[in-house]
Ligand binder design. Structure first.
Ligand SMILES: Cc1ncc(COP(=O)(O)O)c(C=O)c1O
Length: 386
């Protein structure tokens, strides 16, 4: 009897393995370490948000929504962008609700990148960008942010542009560097792109986590950028619901029309009651307007504690990440250090090298402070033993 055979397949993503986030979270669980590795809160969202979604479910809002997202949520998103960033997007033709920012970015890449096109990413960067470009048949062009300060190097960006460049992906506030692009930097990007047809995918998922009086400068607030940009955000980050996977994209109508062609045959729609619940919850701007104060307090609590350790924190201007220099503690490469830290000290962290192709080493690890105060204190007391 012949044994049924699973046919072999040629991988579309031969270099992709299990991500470092999965590896470190699994190790943290196995060793009962405090998990400051993967970026998600260990506290719950506002019960009013749960109530709003529950009410939508009970009202029977449980069938397919319109492909682009339910109208109340698109209206709320357009109104928020207009109030905060000054650009009016038409909810009917310029806003789409996505299954998180990850799907939004993949869909943006798939709708505009053709085989052979080049897409610039600024390293260190979120790990989905490069595989997204490869899936579209594009070529990833990596430009380094300045090591340790993670500021954009505009000469290097300009030098990376070629006639084949189709898009650039920019992320501010920045994961993992915790920097926030200034208006001058966004304008410099606009000036470099002005003579080109290069599109911008602006990953702004941490838009509401900006500290010390700084302002998030959305691509939507700079007309020259907005005209060529897919502006991506995520409710997961803003409302402490990373598992819900609901995000948004705003783009000029001609770009959005192409985006929706891919979205339609990719997820088609995003779950209905969550969308209605989010739309109702957004009527109150306080939760996102108060987020900087909420997270700045956690950052400062964490920084105070880090002062009692041999880890040296870099500056966190935005996001819920804190990079630390561990060179006073260990000369290990970053991935080895993070494994060691998890095993021996009981705190899981992410090596910065994981955000670079080829694993650039700077003696840095990323910690996430989107945690209950008691979790942060537990981690700090362990780190103090270093
Ligand atoms: C820079 C960046 N972009 C996108 C995402 C993904 O967001 P979502 O969970 O909405 O897909 C993350 C999540 O960690 C991120 O850090």
């Amino acid at each position: 009897m012949t044994v049924p055979r699973t046919p072999p397949l040629t991988s579309r993503l031969p270099h992709v393995g299990t991500t470092i986030f999965t590896v470190m979270s699994a190790l943290a669980t196995e060793l009962k370490a405090v998990n400051l590795g993967q970026g998600f809160p260990d506290f719950d969202c506002d019960p009013r948000l749960i109530d709003a979604v529950t009410a939508a479910m009970r009202e029977g809002l449980n069938q397919y929504p319109p492909m682009a997202g339910v109208a109340p949520l698109r209206d709320a998103v357009a109104a928020k962008i207009e109030t905060l960033y000054g650009r009016r997007y038409d909810p009917a033709s310029e806003i789409t609700i996505t299954a998180g920012a990850t799907q939004a970015i993949l869909t943006a890449v798939l709708c505009c990148v053709h085989p052979g096109d080049e897409v610039i990413v600024l390293e260190p960067c979120y790990d989905s960008y490069a595989p997204n470009i490869e899936l579209a048949g594009g070529t990833v062009v990596r430009v380094a942010l300045t090591p340790r300060t993670f500021r954009p190097d505009f000469d290097a960006i300009a030098a990376a542009l070629s006639p084949r460049t189709r898009a650039i992906i920019v992320n501010s506030p920045h994961n993992p560097g915790a920097t926030v692009w200034t208006r001058a930097e966004m304008q410099q990007l606009a000036a470099i792109l002005a003579p080109t047809d290069v599109l911008l995918i602006s990953d702004e998922v941490y838009e509401h986590m900006v500290y010390d009086g700084l302002q998030h400068v959305s691509a939507s607030s700079i007309p020259e950028l907005a005209a060529r940009a897919f502006v991506v955000s995520s409710f997961g980050k803003t409302y402490h619901v990373t598992g819900w996977k609901v995000g948004t994209v705003a783009a000029p109508a001609p770009l959005m029309a192409e985006f929706r062609k891919v979205h339609q045959f990719n997820v088609f729609t995003v779950n209905t009651p969550m969308q209605h619940g989010l739309a109702r919850y957004m009527a109150d701007p306080a939760p996102y307007l108060e987020l900087p104060r909420f997270y700045a307090r956690k950052r400062d609590l964490f920084l105070d504690g880090l002062a009692g350790t041999r880890l040296r924190p870099l500056h966190t201007a935005g996001t819920y990440f804190q990079c630390v220099d561990y060179s006073a503690v260990s000369g290990l490469p970053e991935a080895d250090f993070c494994q060691w830290l998890t095993r021996e000290v009981g705190v899981a962290a992410i090596p910065l090298s994981a955000f670079y192709e080829g694993g650039f080493e700077q003696g840095l690890a990323r910690l996430c402070f989107a945690k209950k105060d008691e979790t942060l204190r537990d981690a700090l007391s362990r780190l103090a033993r270093l």
